[in-house]
Design a protein around this ligand. Structure first.
Ligand code: MG
Length: 389
């Protein structure tokens, strides 16, 4: 028996203005709203299993939205929110949880602390919902548009999800509602009240907003952008000498040349400088610390993995790479013809769009070791965004 289960209701058909993709699959800061809504439950130590409820036609979208998540196979929803919750409750029967949390996929910013409060409240009272005091004055308006009354806002609350219940009585209440043809409850608290359960409140969260229209999506984008407010810039420099050979690898692209670059890996100065720039922005050592030249397993290794490794370290910190800028200094080979291929390759390895990758080249006017054609130097800058934490 799982102690706590969560149901995330994502069977709505609401689409964003001008598009036919259901809004739960729209990206916010590069992740679908559904993935963001699931995260605080999937990653919560007290939540034993997570049951999403979707439309059958969204199975492929669900799969890509939940890659890497430990989550139950989805249940399929009905025509109303109430029917979808019921489908989720029925699907949880084999797990038979003690507590069930019910959350809307349209709320992508619930925190782990809110989930913890929901669990504690349901353990205390059996049925509890997150609520916020009303700060605006509320008026009753008649059909003709005249203000009839001003309500006492001290008695009013706006409520959110996750709503939390002891599982068995809520399942029984849902079955009874279906049997009595009541399909008009807009939230689970209303159904629980109807079934005679005493519903209590616990503090909700101002940031736990519901995304319903295009303006909300714009607001959600700016919230996620602000949450990556720790902007870091790192630099990386690398040099490799020429030796006998007939090709070089630069910026992940192999090209014919009259010599080759000498080094313990494939000696790609471009990818090495970029890797160090990212590690520098993370303040996470350097390429030599993570891939020691003394370790024979990196002899002749493709430098692709070094850059991909650094990009993964950014992801693991919840961050994003905003920009990579690489300058290659040499008399030859000519970089220009390979510039776009390098940008594409670097972008793919770093998991970003090619528009965020710059590759530049210069000679050193025949001065110094690069000018004498003894080797190639590369300078890189990485701009990354991390959460403040
Ligand atoms: Mg190197």
């Amino acid at each position: 028996m799982a102690g706590v289960a969560a149901i995330i209701v994502a069977a709505g058909r609401g689409t964003r203005a001008g598009h036919d993709l259901p809004k739960q699959f729209w990206p916010i800061g590069g992740e679908t709203m559904l993935r963001r809504a699931l995260s605080p439950f999937v990653n919560h130590a007290e939540v034993g299993c997570v049951q999403a409820v979707i439309r059958p036609e969204d199975q492929e979208r669900f799969r890509s939205s939940t890659a890497g998540f430990d989550i139950l196979p989805p249940a399929f929803g009905g025509v109303t929110r109430q029917a979808s919750v019921r489908a989720g409750l029925e699907a949880l029967q084999p797990s038979n949880p003690y507590i069930v949390l019910i959350h809307d996929a349209a709320r992508p910013f619930a925190s782990a602390a809110l989930v913890s409060r929901a669990i504690a409240a349901a353990e205390n009272t059996g049925a509890a919902i997150p609520a916020l005091p009303v700060t605006d004055t509320i008026k009753m308006v008649d059909p003709a548009g005249f203000v009839g009354a001003t309500l006492d806002r001290s008695a009013l609350r706006t409520v959110q999800t996750p709503q939390a219940f002891v599982y068995q009585p809520l399942l029984v209440a849902h079955r009874r509602a279906t049997a009595e043809a009541r399909d008009d409850f807009t939230d689970d608290a209303a159904l629980a009240e109807w079934a005679g359960m005493k519903v209590t409140i616990f503090p909700g969260e101002l940031g736990n907003i519901k995304i319903t229209n295009t303006d909300d999506f714009a607001r959600a984008e700016s919230i996620t952008a602000a949450s990556l407010g720790d902007i870091r810039i790192g630099t990386g420099i690398d040099v490799h000498a020429f030796g006998p050979g007939n090709q070089v690898t630069l910026g992940g692209v192999r090209m014919p040349h009259t010599q080759t670059l000498v080094g313990h890996s494939d000696a790609d100065v471009g990818l090495h400088a970029l890797t160090d720039a990212i590690l520098g922005a993370l303040a996470d050592g350097d390429i030599g610390a993570h891939f020691p030249p003394s370790d024979p397993q990196w002899r002749g290794a493709s430098s692709d993995r070094f850059l991909a490794f650094a990009a993964d370290r950014v992801k693991a910190r919840g961050g994003r790479i905003a920009h990579l800028d690489l300058t290659i200094v040499c008399e030859s080979p000519k970089v220009g013809p390979h510039r776009d291929a390098m940008r594409d390759r670097i972008a793919r390895l770093a998991g970003i769009e090619a528009s965020r990758v710059a590759v530049k080249a210069t000679t050193s006017e025949k001065l110094g070791f690069t000018g004498r054609g003894e080797g190639i130097a590369a300078y890189a800058t990485a701009t990354i965004r991390l959460p403040w934490s």
